[in-house]
Design a protein around this ligand. Structure first.
Ligand code: CO
Ligand code: CO
Length: 322
């Protein structure tokens, strides 16, 4: 599969394409004028929660996130919908209402979309945003001695798996949902106030997978202090019980050769590989601006803002976890 994809034809060079396929970044960025570049991205997935309104919100928050990860502001969105024609249309209505509410909260406009008949429901957004071409943030610019800041707690994949098995009490479920529907808009607001070097968002490849992409694209090594990583309540006990999504093992298989983990709890290690749905931003910022960025993000309404690691000169492994 990967081989087939590698051999696909490539675009010709275009000087207006500021971010394309090469760095596994979050979205494409295309310069329109000296002041305006278009950010384009899309994301959609199958429901991970039973409540269709919540599902719509999560999926929209997740799709919008890639625009924030590029330093931009979302402007127009379109629905991508797969839905069985024999299902209750009120369910679809609730999904779309959830999506609409998050798009509205983002300040963007929902301007249309497309629906196809499908056995399993799927929902997401195609999002266009704008950014100043000189202020595009990518995952490829982390600098040695930078601090890394994470803006949402992790463990969502494990807790979603537990939620499906009805293993979570209501308070924990609420917190997981609140984390997934939270817009990265609030954390990203701080990029107007404080210069940062590199940004990505944490989704399916888990914290370590997205850190690896940043480390590779920036040609640095990254040291993570696992005791500083914010983890959702309940995730450690669920991981200890073996309530772990298949995606965690896939991530670990794929990523662990580039990671050196010192003696830490297996449950914590698993959580670092846990695939996230609508996760937070991971930001690389100079050491002198790190604390300022943390307070600014919290002041702007970010759910979390925690320094979890340091960027180092590239050495043997891309990631060191202690
Ligand atoms: Co992303
Ligand atoms: Co994405």
């Amino acid at each position: 599969m990967a081989k087939v994809l590698e051999n696909l034809p490539k675009n010709n060079f275009n000087e207006n394409l500021l971010v394309g396929l090469e760095t596994s970044d979050d979205a494409a960025v295309y310069k329109l004028t000296d002041e305006i570049a278009l950010i384009q991205t899309l994301d959609f997935f199958t429901p991970m929660v039973d409540d269709p309104y919540v599902f719509g919100q999560i999926s929209a928050a997740n799709a919008l996130s890639d625009v924030y990860a590029m330093g931009g502001v979302p402007s127009v969105c379109m629905n991508i919908v797969c839905f069985p024609s024999c299902y209750d249309m009120n369910v679809l209505g609730e999904i779309l209402r959830g999506g609409f509410d998050k798009v509205k909260e983002s300040g963007a406009l929902l301007v249309g979309g497309h629906t196809v008949d499908d056995k399993e429901p799927k929902y997401g957004l195609s999002v266009s945003g704008i950014v100043n071409p000189n202020k595009v943030l990518s995952n490829a610019n982390a600098k040695v001695n930078d601090k890394l800041i994470l803006t949402k707690p992790i463990g969502v994949g494990i807790l979603n798996t537990a939620m499906k098995e009805n293993l979570l009490d209501e308070n924990i479920s609420k917190k997981v949902i609140e984390t997934m529907i939270h817009l990265n808009k609030y954390a990203a607001k701080s990029f107007d106030e404080i210069n940062v070097n590199s940004v990505t968002d944490i989704t399916g490849f888990g914290l370590l997978g997205h850190i690896l992409e940043m480390a590779k694209a920036s040609n640095v090594s990254i040291e993570i202090d696992s005791s500083e990583v914010p983890i959702l309540e309940g995730a450690i006990s669920m991981a200890n019980m073996g309530i772990i999504p298949a995606g965690m093992y896939k991530n670990k298989d794929y990523i662990s050769k580039d990671v050196l983990v010192s003696d830490i709890d297996t449950a914590i290690e698993d959580i670092l590989y846990d695939p996230q749905t609508s996760g937070g931003l991971l930001v690389s910022v100079s050491e002198e601006n790190a604390e300022k960025l943390v307070s600014s993000m919290l002041k702007n309404g970010s759910l979390e803002a925690k320094i979890i690691g340091t960027v180092k000169e590239k050495s043997d492994k891309f990631i060191y976890v202690k």
